[in-house]
Design a protein around this ligand. Structure first.
Ligand SMILES: Cc1ncc(COP(=O)(O)O)c(C=O)c1O
Length: 511
């Protein structure tokens, strides 16, 4: 730490004041920051520079440079200056939202030569499963025939026959012995998972909404753009295996002063990006807590078929629906769809399952948000949801993805990058870089270095979602992590891991 005095902003026009402040914070960043921070910023300059210069990310990365108080001051000034800047940019009144992490990653990879279908690259950044044939999976149609009525709008909540098929699948899978069953009125069809999340977010009123970190990147903008509710994060860490026990959940809902403090909790389970899973008794307790505390639990079950915890029970999927008592009373709202579990991301056919009252709200918000999912593919989805077909497909998926998971974990182990908390579900590995030498133990730098070896991954900070930029990401506990996806086909995984092996050799790790 040095004692050099930085110039203090003097009164004047707002623009002058802002410029003076910018020069002061730069001065502070380069001369007055603690030693470790200084070194981090300098060493990782290139990787961070790229992120700062990408559209919508300038503000995100300021927090790497500035301390919290200065960042807050700076952001307030930027807000005041905002409309004038927009005029100068030619988009009056518009702001550029940050791209989600995966998009940023693909933009950087493209800049370094990656093109879609290039077999010399390994794309571990891919947030989708391979869509081609896998052994023993059900046939998916390669062409569909249409009736004239499918040229019409479908109802905003989806066609009744598909809503019925979804309700039936949940009843067969999870509610055989329960009196209360889902009906078509408990299902809302949505054009993709993000559209589902948007409908849910648009329907939340004045509430405190709890969520856990790290979390799926798209939640950041979603929890920011709808201004009625207040998002409240709870960071998880490796010491607790990123696991949210029922006790922890209860504390988050109740122990923050006001009682209960949270009216809504949103979580991906299985978790993107950690691959951790709440199931069985623990999930039952989650549902109990929602019921008894009257807290709406939005559970994003997008990876409910990618389960590796019971290989002896092949085809078993996991859902909170199993523990709901009364489908129209318990405040459990489930999101799932064809995107991941049926390996059909391009179809944009997904669903929300929950009490009728909630479903009615989701239908209303869809009427002004996007107007509903496409009609023909809703019809085409129905046979795939027949319980026997869905079961066969889940078995095939689990066998195939368990094989790829095993392959990647083994190779990482051979490269001395042992994964201490392997995924119980999903197709993601949350890789701790702590063992690597500086600067490669930083996710953003590691990511850029991997690109040079034609391997793509996603830096961990993108999952430290930060609605409204309220927290200082310089202190993000996830800077030393990346997410690796084993969504792509095995050959591509091999290519990517060869690239990683070259990188580790180049930097002298393992030698
Ligand atoms: C947890 C989770 N929820 C929702 C989605 C969004 O799905 P879609 O691509 O259908 O919008 C994703 C996609 O990566 C996801 O990981």
């Amino acid at each position: 730490m040095t004692n050099t005095k930085a110039p203090t902003p003097q009164p004047g026009t707002l623009r002058q004041w802002t410029n003076a402040l910018i020069s002061r914070v730069h001065h502070v960043a380069t001369t007055e920051q603690p030693q470790t921070h200084q070194r981090t910023e300098r060493d990782y300059e290139d990787a961070h520079k790229h992120l700062r210069s990408s559209k919508g990310h300038a503000k995100r990365e300021q927090s790497f440079l500035f301390d919290q108080a200065t960042t807050a001051k700076f952001n307030a000034l930027v807000l005041q200056e905002h409309s004038r800047d927009c005029d100068e940019m030619g988009t009056p009144g518009f702001d550029h939202p940050p791209t989600t992490g995966v998009i940023y990653v693909m933009d950087r990879a493209t800049a370094k030569g990656w093109t879609y279908g290039d077999k010399t690259w390994g794309n571990f950044g891919q947030g989708a499963p391979e869509v081609g044939p896998i052994p023993d999976a059900i046939e998916r149609p390669l062409s569909i025939s249409m009736e004239l009525d499918e040229f019409e709008y479908a109802p905003v909540a989806g066609i009744k026959s598909l809503r019925q098929a979804v309700a039936n699948l949940y009843n067969v899978r999870y509610r055989e012995n329960k009196e209360s069953k889902y009906t078509w009125e408990n299902v809302c069809i949505v054009p993709g998972g993000r559209a589902g999340l948007t409908r849910i977010a648009a329907s939340i009123g004045d509430a405190n909404v709890g969520f856990f970190l790290p979390e799926y990147t798209a939640y950041e903008a979603l929890l920011t753009i709808f201004k009625r509710f207040v998002p409240i994060p709870t960071p998880l860490d490796k010491d607790t295996n990123y696991h949210i026990t029922p006790q922890r959940l209860y504390r988050e809902i109740h122990d923050r002063g006001e009682r209960p403090c949270l009216q809504v909790v949103v979580a991906s389970n299985p978790s993107n990006p950690t691959g951790q899973l709440i199931e069985g008794e623990q999930l039952e307790k989650w549902v109990d807590i929602a019921r008894t505390t009257k807290t709406t639990m939005v559970l994003d079950e997008f990876y409910s078929s990618y389960i590796y915890t019971h290989p002896e029970n092949l085809g078993k999927t996991v859902s909170s629906a199993e523990f709901v008592d009364d489908v129209n009373v318990d405040p459990i709202v489930i999101l799932d769809g064809m995107t991941k579990n049926f390996r059909l991301p391009g179809w944009r056919v997904c669903w929300i399952v929950g009490p009728k009252e909630y479903i009615s709200s989701m239908a209303s918000s869809g009427s002004f948000l996007e107007g509903g999912a496409n009609h023909p593919l809703q019809k085409a989805a129905i046979p795939l949801l027949k319980p026997s077909n869905a079961f066969q497909d889940a078995c095939a998926l689990q066998t195939h993805f368990a094989m790829k998971r095993h392959y990647v974990l083994e190779r990482l182990d051979q490269l001395n990058l042992t994964v201490e908390i392997p995924p119980k579900a999903t197709f993601y590995i949350w890789l701790d870089l702590a063992a690597l030498p500086e600067p490669y133990c930083n996710g953003l730098t590691f990511f850029e270095a991997c690109l040079d070896e034609k391997m793509i991954c996603v830096p961990g900070i993108f999952f430290d979602i930060n609605p409204g930029r309220r927290r200082d990401l310089a202190r993000s506990p996830y800077q030393g992590f990346v997410r690796l996806s084993f969504g792509p086909p095995l050959d591509e995984l091999k290519t990517g891991l060869d690239g990683l092996e070259r990188l580790l050799k180049k930097i002298g790790y393992n030698s």
